[in-house]
Design a protein around this ligand. Structure first.
Ligand SMILES: *[C@@H]1O[C@H](CO)[C@@H](O)[C@H](O)[C@H]1NC(C)=O
Ligand SMILES: *[C@@H]1O[C@H](CO)[C@@H](O)[C@H](O)[C@H]1NC(C)=O
Length: 204
């Protein structure tokens, strides 16, 4: 179709958005008091995370080391809550994890259009963000199959990453969820509460 959206077409798109609850609600953040749902929403919406490890590299041995990783908790609309990653032992932070698998992941709606559109500064709690505590574990078997589907659907470039790097699938095994989604300080969510929550509105 040519450049300006014709009114009839715009109307049709609007109707489609109303008729497909999965997609219409995908971009609507849950109410801030439903903290576990907000956390799941953020974990599903973000395609990457900052991961802090405890460095094993000179001159910062023992110090926090924060780095960027592509993540996916499932194909779009199919959230598991588990952040999966595609890693290689050649990577500096992964080498830290071999010494100490404990790590922290942070993800923010500043990584989406949401905070810009709402004019929320990334450091504002209204620009909802989460911090996950836990450790990074390699996954195998059917969980690795799911991780592959989750990651390759949202990061298609991964399919062509050099095979001699010996990539493997991992998950971030969550032990505590920290949520900043409103004023009044950080809120915590236990893993079972987090995994029971649904990131999107239920439709009847
Ligand atoms: C997956 O396999 C690797 C390599 O054999 C092993 O080190 C790891 O513990 C396994 N992970 C799980 C969750 O079973
Ligand atoms: C994974 O996380 C669970 C809590 O969700 C915890 O009980 C378990 O000890 C963790 N496993 C490892 C290997 O860290």
């Amino acid at each position: 179709m040519s450049a300006p959206l014709r009114p009839a077409c715009a109307l049709l798109l609007g109707l489609l958005a109303l008729l497909s609850p999965c997609c219409a609600s995908r971009f609507r953040i849950p109410p801030h008091e439903q903290v576990a749902r907000v956390a799941r929403f953020i974990a599903h919406r973000c395609d990457w995370a900052s991961m802090a490890t405890i460095s094993s590299h000179s001159p910062v041995v023992g110090q926090p080391f924060s780095n960027v990783f592509s993540v996916s908790d499932g194909p779009p609309g199919s959230s598991s809550g588990v952040p999966y990653m595609y890693l290689t032992h050649m990577e500096i932070s992964v080498q830290d994890l071999q010494v100490n698998p404990q790590a922290s992941l942070s993800m923010s709606l500043a990584q989406t259009d949401y905070c810009r559109q709402q004019v929320f500064d990334p450091q504002s709690p209204l620009c909802a963000h989460i911090i996950l505590s836990g450790s990074v574990l390699q996954v195998n078997g059917s969980e690795a199959d799911f991780a592959k589907k989750a990651l390759f659907s949202r990061h298609p470039e991964m399919i062509d990453w050099p095979t001699d790097h010996n990539w493997f699938f991992s998950k971030f095994n969550i032990t505590q969820v920290w949520v900043l989604d409103y004023f009044g300080g950080v809120k915590t969510v236990a893993p079972d509460e987090y995994f029971q929550a649904t990131p999107y509105r239920k439709h009847h």
